[in-house]
Design a binder for this molecule. Structure first.
Ligand SMILES: Nc1ncnc2c1ncn2[C@@H]1O[C@H](COP(=O)(O)OP(=O)(O)OP(=O)(O)O)[C@@H](O)[C@H]1O
Ligand SMILES: O=C(O)c1ccc[n+]([C@@H]2O[C@H](COP(=O)([O-])O)[C@@H](O)[C@H]2O)c1
Length: 286
């Protein structure tokens, strides 16, 4: 999966019905959402569709709940609203509040399972399968689903979308459960955007379990290096500096209107252990 050459399937004009429909799911703090978070989805879609094997039907942003307890994490309601504002101009990237609505922090594999099961349930009912890139639902009847092998495969595959820092965090002891990593990569698949400061190919090479499953990891090389991070945006905001063009304009207006991101907010959870580290103990990744 590490090659970036032109795919013969694209050149030969492979028909759309042979392609696997994919829903990209990105979990993270989005504290706040930046232009790079949105770019990540566009880069991933170009990459997958450029392979000639996939058609990306939807993107989902799933902000993490407050109980994640990351330092500087502001209230979920604000992060959710900013993500909603940021995606208003997109015809395929959506925001989902299911993860935020859960009473406790949830492992990412459970978020992947939830969205995958939801898509399967909708597909089974034969009601509406959200296949249309432009947000319109296409009705597929139960009889058509059972009679056509192509339509039987219509339930999209959910893939995790992340930056290289998150994939590399798989190696941090007690952060991710080894069995979750196997399920995330092996069952769902990962699309990973390179990030300056991370050497993701080397990390995959050095990690046995990822090396074994490397066909399920789609590394997208971002040649136009873009090191926007939410940390940088928060830092600039609490120093009174401009973040225009780093975040979508409606997000900036929301931040200003609600006076978000200060030294106080950055100190939230300062003395609290991150939820996954609290929950996990023992085994680390080999
Ligand atoms: N510049 C970037 N390049 C590639 N991936 C990115 C970039 N910024 C964010 N991501 C990815 O977006 C997802 C959500 O990220 P997150 O909300 O943690 O943003 P972040 O900018 O990394 O935040 P922070 O600076 O607070 O750690 C993660 O998978 C992260 O790797
Ligand atoms: O599933 C896990 O075990 C797990 C362990 C650590 C982090 N995560 C998720 O990874 C995301 C990381 O976001 P962030 O902002 O800390 O880079 C966030 O959605 C977390 O819920 C998930």
């Amino acid at each position: 999966m590490f090659d970036c050459s032109v795919n013969p399937a694209v050149e030969s004009g492979m028909e759309a019905h042979n392609k696997t429909p994919v829903v990209l799911l990105s979990c993270g703090s989005f504290n706040p959402i930046t232009n790079m978070h949105l770019r990540m989805f566009e880069l991933a879609r170009d990459h997958l569709e450029g392979s000639g094997q996939y058609t990306v039907v939807k993107g989902i942003i799933s902000p993490v709940g407050d109980s994640y307890k990351k330092k500087g994490l502001i209230e979920a309601t604000h992060r959710l609203e900013m993500a909603r504002l940021a995606t208003e101009s997109s015809d395929w990237i959506t925001v989902n509040s299911w993860e935020i609505d859960q009473p406790q922090w949830l492992e990412t594999v459970k978020v992947l399972r939830h969205h995958s099961e939801e898509l399967r349930a909708v597909g089974k009912k034969g009601d509406e399968v959200d296949l249309d890139k432009y947000g319109k639902k296409r009705r597929v009847s139960r009889s058509r689903l059972s009679s056509s092998p192509q339509l039987q495969r219509v339930v999209p595959q959910v893939m995790m979308l992340c930056g290289a820092d998150v994939l590399e965090s798989f190696g941090i002891p007690n952060l991710w459960k080894p069995e979750d990593i196997v399920e995330i990569v092996g069952r769902y698949g990962v699309v990973c955007i390179t990030r300056s400061g991370n050497n993701i190919h080397k990390f995959i090479y050095q990690t046995d379990v990822l090396w074994k499953l490397c066909r399920k990891i789609h590394v997208v090389h971002e040649w136009v290096t873009n090191d926007i991070s939410a940390t940088h945006v928060r830092r600039a905001l609490r120093r009174g500096q401009s973040v225009k063009y780093l975040v979508p304009d409606p997000v900036l207006s929301y931040v200003q209107e609600h006076n978000l991101y200060s030294s106080e907010s950055e100190n939230k959870n300062a003395d609290v252990v991150l939820a996954p580290l609290q929950i996990n103990s023992g085994a680390s990744l080999s």
